[in-house]
Design a binder for this molecule. Structure first.
Ligand SMILES: Cc1cc2nc3c(=O)[nH]c(=O)nc-3n(C[C@H](O)[C@H](O)[C@H](O)COP(=O)(O)OP(=O)(O)OC[C@H]3O[C@@H](n4cnc5c(N)ncnc54)[C@H](O)[C@@H]3O)c2cc1C
Length: 243
């Protein structure tokens, strides 16, 4: 098990009405090595008991030359960790963290299957990291199916629009449960939840496809169940549960 190290919150930015990005740096190194899909676990000063202080956050940025990782965090009313991060943490705040962890990653070799990424809210974080790193080098198709409530809640919209424009092997689909935008969009957008999108697009079961699901259990469990019912195998459905 890796040791705790000191990390510094360098920058905080409001991304949507309820979500902020926190750029966390590890001053003990020049470059932070991680695999897209991995997370950082923070030890936050919110309890006397060690285990009650730990909160994990997926890395939303791609590995680069710096010692920073971007964490994209939603403020949960009454949540201990997020109340601390949103009300007390500021640029310069020091917290403890571990080495990046987790196995919700793509294989290192070039992919021989298409990837469908299904998420809601901040569950998009690991997919942003994966897409930024892999799209320029892969030939297989990537499809991000992203659920949110309103147009204002969409995270990284500009990034995904740009990637869809640049890479013909990337499709960006959005499901909004409460309100559609007034203006036309360059991407596929529908009212409702994420589920009808993959059920329609991947009705014909294929071996050369993997579904990556990330977020809170309500959506992830339901998507997994629906995919298995459609005829996909357990090995084709890969999960990251936030809680
Ligand atoms: C591997 C991993 C990666 C994660 N990555 C992220 C990330 O990138 N961004 C992010 O915002 N969070 C992420 N989380 C969740 C995060 O670790 C915390 O659980 C979250 O911030 C709530 O912490 P809290 O202390 O504020 O709430 P707590 O005081 O722990 O209480 C919150 C309670 O409400 C439930 N709950 C919280 N939010 C929701 C929700 N939206 N829907 C339904 N139930 C909910 C929780 O299960 C919990 O019981 C991740 C979790 C894991 C395990």
């Amino acid at each position: 098990m890796s040791k705790w190290k000191e990390a510094v919150i360098n920058r905080i930015e409001q991304r949507t009405p309820t979500v902020r990005s926190f750029w966390v740096a590890l001053p003990d190194r020049e470059k932070l090595e991680f695999r897209p899909g991995q997370f950082l676990t923070l030890d936050l000063p919110i309890s006397e008991r060690r285990r009650e202080r730990w909160r994990s956050y997926s890395i939303a940025s791609a590995p680069g030359e710096s010692n920073e990782a971007e964490l994209c965090i939603v403020n949960l009313p009454g949540g201990k960790g997020t109340t601390y991060l949103f009300e007390e943490a500021e640029p310069g705040t020091r917290v403890l963290t571990k080495e990046p962890g987790g196995v919700f990653t793509l294989p290192d070799r070039p992919l021989d299957y298409d990837v469908v990424m299904i998420c809601t809210g901040t569950g998009v974080a690991p997919f942003r990291s994966m897409l930024l790193q892999r799209l320029p080098h892969e030939t297989r198709h990537f499809h991000l199916i992203y659920g949110s409530r309103t147009p204002d809640d969409l995270l990284y919209r500009d990034d995904f629009e740009r990637l869809a424009e640049e890479f013909p092997h990337f499709t960006y689909s959005v499901a909004l449960s409460r309100q559609l935008p007034d203006e036309d969009t360059t991407f596929d957008i529908s009212k409702g939840y994420v589920h009808p999108i993959y059920e329609r697009s991947y009705r014909e079961v294929r071996d050369d496809i993997r579904f990556y699901l990330c977020g809170w259990s309500q959506m992830v469990d339901e998507a997994r169940e629906r995919l298995l019912k459609m005829g996909y195998s357990e090995e084709q459905v890969i999960l990251e549960l936030y809680g």
